[in-house]
Design a protein around this ligand. Structure first.
Ligand SMILES: Cc1cc2nc3c(=O)[nH]c(=O)nc-3n(C[C@H](O)[C@H](O)[C@H](O)COP(=O)(O)OP(=O)(O)OC[C@H]3O[C@@H](n4cnc5c(N)ncnc54)[C@H](O)[C@@H]3O)c2cc1C
Length: 235
């Protein structure tokens, strides 16, 4: 277990808060983009443990730091506590954990699919992979209910402007009339985003219902092999 301190916090959307965390011992945290940590958080005098994906790529200048983003779950103990945690607060972690990474297939094209804070491990992968000018094509399909729930919107739009091999696509399930982009659930847009003749590795992250729907469409309608589908479920 390692002690952490909250360095900074910012509101990403009405329901999501980002926390910038630092290892209090100052030593680097070695992780692969896509991995997660268990946070140990004090709630009502007890320590509760929950998993959170690392939302940032390793920063060569601050290898002891990383970011997470937390959805506030109405009846949730730890997510509420993390939304209330002040800058400077102490907590602890174990990890990193998980196999939802690009290791071994970094050179192959990727379709990243995330809803809500399911975009976090995908953002970590994107930040790491798009540092280089050359590399495979990467598309991110992000699903949210409304425009104000599009997490990291400006940053991802800017990345797509400067990096021609990256495409940022959004679909909204409850858009207002002004929205001219994609509508509906992520699984209904998968086929449009697959370049003919290309077999990307698909990385899907979010709540179980969405992950299952995406996996089913990929396998049953689009003929994907399991080896090309990687998923992480939050509930
Ligand atoms: C590998 C992994 C990575 C995760 N990464 C993240 C992350 O980056 N950001 C994040 O916000 N959460 C993430 N989670 C979910 C997180 O671990 C907690 O389950 C979540 O914060 C709820 O904890 P809680 O104590 O507030 O709620 P609890 O009291 O534990 O549970 C309340 C209910 O909320 C449901 N629930 C869990 N997550 C959500 C959600 N996002 N939206 C709606 N309902 C939910 C649970 O199924 C449960 O029924 C991840 C989970 C896993 C397994």
């Amino acid at each position: 277990m390692r002690p952490l301190v909250v360095l900074a916090a910012r509101t990403l959307s009405p329901s999501a808060r980002a926390l910038s965390l630092a290892c209090a011992d100052g030593a680097p945290l070695a992780y692969a983009p896509g991995q997660w940590v268990n946070l140990h958080v004090a709630v009502d005098g007890e320590i509760d443990k929950r998993a959170y994906s690392i939302a940032s790529a390793p920063d060569p200048e601050h290898l002891d730091r990383f970011e997470i983003a937390v959805t506030r779950v109405e009846t949730g103990r730890v997510s509420q506590a993390l939304h209330d945690l002040p800058v400077g607060a102490s907590l602890a972690m174990d990890g990193p954990h998980g196999f939802f990474t690009r290791e071994g297939v970094e050179r192959e094209p990727a379709l990243l699919v995330g809803t809500g804070t399911g975009v976090c491990p995908l953002r970590s992968m994107l930040q790491a992979e798009l540092r280089g000018a050359s590399g495979p094509r990467i598309t991110l399909l992000f699903g949210a209910r409304t425009q104000d729930e599009i997490l990291y919107r400006e940053e991802l739009e800017q990345l797509a402007r400067v990096q021609p091999r990256f495409s940022f696509q959004v679909t909204l399930s409850r858009p207002d009339d002004a929205w001219t982009g994609r509508r509906g659930y992520v699984q209904t847009h998968l086929s449009e985003l697959i370049v003919p003749g290309e077999r990307p590795h698909v990385y899907v992250c979010g709540l179980t219902d969405m992950v299952s729907d995406v996996r089913r469409v990929l396998k049953e309608q689009l003929g994907f092999d399991r080896k090309h589908i990687h998923s992480e479920r939050y509930d």
